[in-house]
Design a binder for this molecule. Structure first.
Ligand code: PBG
Length: 322
């Protein structure tokens, strides 16, 4: 036998020499949930280890993450019903606690890179990512709301704007609005291929943001389609996106690979709430080794072609090397 592939596996050092992929903490963005008020911390019941926190406690959490190498965060607000309306107007009001929190984080923890979420759903009384009229999601009028929200977030100090709504034409519309307001350096990470997935369930529990009627299938993509992701990616590139994201990650590794091989932008993947919950639930039952399964899943996302991974495991992953 001339070819013995096992020679390259004979000990840990050699295995590491020939290792093709590695997940580094600097590849990760940690999604965090923000609550209004002070001194409150509530665990998300379907996401053990993940909390919704008020800004005072969130600052402490971010500080402890920075110390172990997690430097990028995507902040999502949990909005009280009283602030919600049909047009998500609270999303761009200057006294909005989310915008104030972003400014505070940027001021007190200058090392932190902040990504935001641009979509109407946490602020919408209909629980949809766009304006609802007669049961339909209205595309073009929604773009106005999204661009106001984006400019407000950039003003508050966001480094990366993350449109997650899947309206048509939003990237170009937001890019223009940001540029006109002077935010030419604010990046856009587009949720380019976001699928209508059942894996967002725990996230909607965390933010109480589930649609009040219907589903999101007229704007989020059909899980059956891969070629359509190329079209979405191409449009977002033409409209000025800096980074393209595929979401969820694990059931869509083929789409991550497809976009990585066919575009010139860095690819991100969102290892979503349901993917986190599955591993946690199985580990809790003793059916899987939680840490090893986490590492294998993150590695598979990287191997598929994602340079950046948004994951609720970010802190746990970094801690596993401490
Ligand atoms: C909302 C948004 C969702 C997620 C991120 N932004 C949920 C949805 O589209 O209903 C899901 C993230 C996760 O499940 O971890 N625009």
């Amino acid at each position: 036998m001339l070819r013995r592939p096992r020679r390259n596996r004979k000990n840990q050092v050699i295995r590491e020499l020939v290792e093709e992929n590695k997940v580094q903490t600097s590849d990760l963005i940690f999604p965090l949930f923000l609550l209004e008020g002070a001194n409150k911390e509530i665990e998300v019941s379907s996401m053990p280890g993940i909390y919704r926190r008020t800004i005072d406690l969130l600052l402490k959490e971010i500080e402890s993450c920075l110390k172990i190498g997690i430097k990028s965060f995507c902040i999502f607000p949990a909005i009280d019903e009283q602030h919600k309306d049909k047009y998500a107007t609270y999303s761009y009001q200057p006294d909005n606690f989310y915008l104030k929190a972003l400014s505070r984080i940027k001021k007190e923890l200058t090392e932190a890179v902040l990504m935001t979420d641009v979509a109407m759903d946490p602020y919408s009384s209909d629980g949809h990512d766009g304006i609802v009229e007669n049961g339909e999601i209205i595309n073009d009028a929604t773009l106005e709301v999204l661009s106001k929200m984006s400019v407000a977030q950039a003003e508050a100090g966001a480094d990366i704007i993350g449109p997650s709504d899947m309206m048509d034409g939003r990237i170009g519309f937001i890019r223009n609005a940001l540029d006109e307001a002077g935010f030419t350096n604010t990046s856009i990470l587009s949720y380019a291929a976001k699928y209508a997935s059942s894996f967002y369930g725990p996230f909607r529990d965390a933010l109480d943001s589930a649609p009040k009627s219907g589903d999101k299938k007229t704007y989020q993509m059909n899980p059956a389609n891969a070629k359509e992701a190329l079209l979405e990616a191409q449009l977002d590139i033409e409209q000025g996106a800096d980074i393209l994201m595929v979401k969820p990650a694990l059931p869509y590794l083929d789409v991550i690979k497809l976009l990585n091989e066919n575009t010139q932008l860095p690819i991100a993947a969102y290892n979503v709430s349901g993917e986190y919950a599955m591993i946690k639930a199985a580990a809790f039952k003793g059916w899987l080794d939680g840490t090893l399964s986490m590492k294998e899943c993150l590695l598979s996302i990287k191997r598929a072609g994602a340079k950046i991974i948004l994951t609720y495991f970010a802190k746990e992953y970094a801690q596993s090397f401490q």
